[in-house]
Design a protein around this ligand. Structure first.
Ligand SMILES: [Zn+2]
Length: 447
């Protein structure tokens, strides 16, 4: 099998992914224009309108390709970020930027997050042109800059070029097509909302003086006491309807005792839910799905040995479930700390977390249907994504966004995302193209 595969030319999605991986877009600095240069000739050859939007940062550019429909419906959009996180090169067993196909996997930084997604989304969209599918709406493909960084991401693009990216609904990265140990797909989770990320600044103040004469009001001690109290505090369960359905699906595809714990976690019995939480939340991903979280990420205070500093400061990264109130969450944290001299400050303006995208759209229904066709027997469920994505540019303007990493992966492959020897299987990529292509045809082809 492996021998015949090597003898054949790689399929279009595989050769596109290899080329995308070779365009090193580690952010910083990004250099996403390299991805635009891989994509532009391919889309132009098929008759797409192609635009490259340069940001004020010389290395960062967004790429948009559009194929016209008859305009009777609003466009559908497929979005994928072009930048990747950097690598620890000495920990890789092969070149992370060679796009090598070894056995039945494509290896390289971004194979899963998210150059694999660019390749699948782009190939599915290109096939509309190759197959001359008559369209009732424009289909827009975007490869975006600066998702892993921030300043010139889709938020910037939306402010500058909204007319070019406005759509009825969109696909983006998000949920998972998760395989079990036997390689069969257990579940397909489609994210309909992302958690939001907010920096909380915690400041302790004391007398600034000579370190030879310490006083009781030492700012570093005060900050340490506050952080120690926060570290011992577990935030309460905050379950959204999508999260409830996700764990119900997980229960259906799991064996006891975990199936029982998953069911109890989102059930009505608070005591059982608490017991289930203690077990389920040993998994950091599942822990993060069912609550607001906080993590200290930066600490500052003091500058020399003979001076007691007048203040010490910690930045705590809050990750909020949609519908939660950040100010109320901070009031709870203040009570936990129980020290009125400790100041806790949220940023002056916080973007309101976007409401979850509706499941009552043609795109969501088509994706669920085609996922079931592609992976018979798999549970398909909505999902709250544990991190942030660039979907907020659309969701905050009322455009529903559905998130999926469009290829089956297993737990090992998931660990390699943002890690070492990142890889995605050739069969998974091809299944993804089929599923996404049929999904787009279903919502965009003339009936
Ligand atoms: Zn990503």
């Amino acid at each position: 099998m492996a021998t015949t595969m090597r003898a054949q030319a790689p399929s279009p999605v595989v050769s596109l992914l290899s080329d995308l991986i070779r365009a090193n877009t580690s952010n910083p600095p990004g250099n996403e224009r390299r991805v635009a240069e891989v994509l532009a000739p391919r889309f132009r050859a098929l008759g797409f309108d192609v635009q490259i939007f340069q940001t004020p940062d010389s290395g960062k550019a967004h790429f948009i390709a559009r194929i016209k429909g008859d305009g009777s419906k609003k466009p559908i959009l497929l979005a994928a970020h072009a930048d990747v996180v950097g690598v620890e090169r000495d920990k890789w067993s092969l070149d992370p930027f060679a796009g090598e196909v070894r056995g039945d996997h494509v290896f390289g930084r971004g194979a899963i997050d998210f150059k694999g997604g660019i390749a699948v989304f782009a190939r599915a969209v290109m096939m509309l042109a190759e197959n001359h599918v008559p369209l009732s709406r424009d289909v827009i493909f975007i490869s975006e800059a600066d998702e892993e960084g921030g300043t010139y991401n889709t938020g910037w693009l939306a402010r500058e070029h909204w007319a070019d990216m406005d759509a009825e609904f969109a696909l983006n990265e998000g949920g998972w097509i998760m395989k079990n140990d036997h390689g069969n797909v257990r579940y397909v989770s489609i994210s309909t909302a992302d958690k939001s990320s907010i920096p909380l600044t915690v400041t302790a103040r004391g007398t600034s003086t000579h370190s030879s004469m310490p006083r009781p009001d030492n700012a570093i001690f005060a900050l340490s006491r506050a952080l120690a109290k926060l570290s011992a505090y577990e935030t309460p369960l905050t379950i959204t309807p999508a999260t409830k359905r996700f764990f119900t699906a997980l229960a259906k595809t799991s064996a006891p005792p975990m199936s029982t714990y998953y069911r109890d976690l989102v059930g009505d019995d608070a005591a059982k839910a608490k017991r289930a939480d203690a077990v389920v939340s040993r998994d950091p991903l599942l822990h993060s799905l069912v609550r607001n979280t906080m993590a200290p990420v930066i600490i500052q205070g003091g500058f020399r040995a003979n001076v007691i500093p007048g203040s010490a400061q910690a930045t705590i990264n809050l990750r909020m479930v949609p519908g939660s109130n950040p100010a109320a969450f901070v009031e709870t944290l203040k009570k936990i700390v129980g020290d009125s001299t400790i100041e806790m400050k949220l940023p002056a303006t916080i973007a309101r977390p976007s409401d979850p995208s509706s499941e009552d759209t043609d795109l969501y229904r088509a994706l669920v249907r085609e996922a079931k066709v592609q992976f018979p027997g798999a549970e398909v469920t909505p999902y709250l994504f544990q991190a942030g994505t660039d979907a907020s540019a659309w969701r905050s303007r009322g455009v529903p966004v559905y998130g999926i990493y469009p290829y089956p992966i297993d737990a090992d492959e998931l660990t390699r995302m943002h890690g070492n020897d990142e890889k995605v299987s050739v069969a998974s990529l091809e299944q993804g193209v089929q599923m996404i292509y049929r999904t787009i045809v279903s919502v965009a082809a003339k009936k």
